[in-house]
Design a protein around this ligand. Structure first.
Ligand SMILES: [Zn+2]
Length: 239
């Protein structure tokens, strides 16, 4: 729990104690500082401002990672009637890569997240992102790969050994194969190089969307490619 949360909890306790002592009805939920002080929605946020907010959130997470106890009940009520997320993130389903946590502990209604193994820009992901930027006017799209990605590792194994993967895993990693082939033999770690290349490739696929292309060229949307370091918590911007 962060210092401000502890302060709010203490203040809430004192309010409740005063209410009980005086026979007064309990006060409503105490909003966490992030939601009481500012509107977390994207209204009016430029792509550059959204990117700065995302970078600041990741810096906070790297410097002092903690699961902040935001007032989710209050946050839920605030966004129940509509959403206006300020960043869209296409990333991997990996359980260690949770965008809401690694970008500083953001609440409900802030990030529009599209995930699958290997952050592949397939039809469902592209359609989801088109919806976020066209209908929800989200100003920033992040395509984010990560360190030690299982899906990318599987694709690298297919390239290296010709291994056939069971079930639907083979077709699932097929869009990652071109990245693995492109970096094979390059200096450095094969899987890490492939994960970076794959994030770039998936951003290229995303840019083939007419909606993404139009909004990016109009300056209404910024698309960046990023790479998440599992060990340090840092999100590195690749492009
Ligand atoms: Zn992964």
């Amino acid at each position: 729990m962060c210092v401000l949360c502890r302060f709010e909890q203490r203040r809430g306790f004192l309010r409740r104690a005063a209410g009980i002592a005086g026979g007064i009805a309990l006060a409503g939920p105490v909003f966490h500082h992030a939601f009481a002080a500012s509107n977390p929605r994207s209204d009016g946020l430029s792509p550059e401002q959204a990117l700065a907010r995302l970078q600041e959130g990741n810096r906070k997470y790297v410097a002092a990672p903690e699961l902040c106890e935001t007032n989710l009940a209050g946050n839920r009520a605030a966004v129940a009637k509509g959403q206006a997320p300020w960043a869209t993130v296409l990333t991997c389903s990996d359980s260690r890569v949770s965008p809401e946590l690694i970008f500083g502990g953001v609440g409900l209604g802030e990030l529009f997240v599209a995930r699958n193994a290997g952050n592949v820009a397939d039809t469902a992901m592209v359609g989801s992102i088109e919806y976020a930027i066209e209908h929800l006017h989200c100003p920033l799209v992040v395509v984010m790969g990560h360190q030690s990605c299982g899906a990318v590792t599987a694709a690298c194994e297919v390239v290296r050994t010709g291994e056939r993967l069971p079930g639907s895993i083979g077709p699932m990693v097929a869009p990652i194969i071109p990245a693995a082939k492109a970096v094979r033999g390059r200096a450095g770690d094969f899987v890490e190089n492939a994960a970076r290349q794959n994030a770039r490739n998936q951003a290229t696929v995303l840019r083939k969307s007419r909606i993404v292309d139009r909004l990016e060229k109009a300056g209404k949307v910024k698309l960046i490619v990023a790479y998440y370091h599992l060990d340090s918590g840092a999100v590195e911007q690749l492009a």
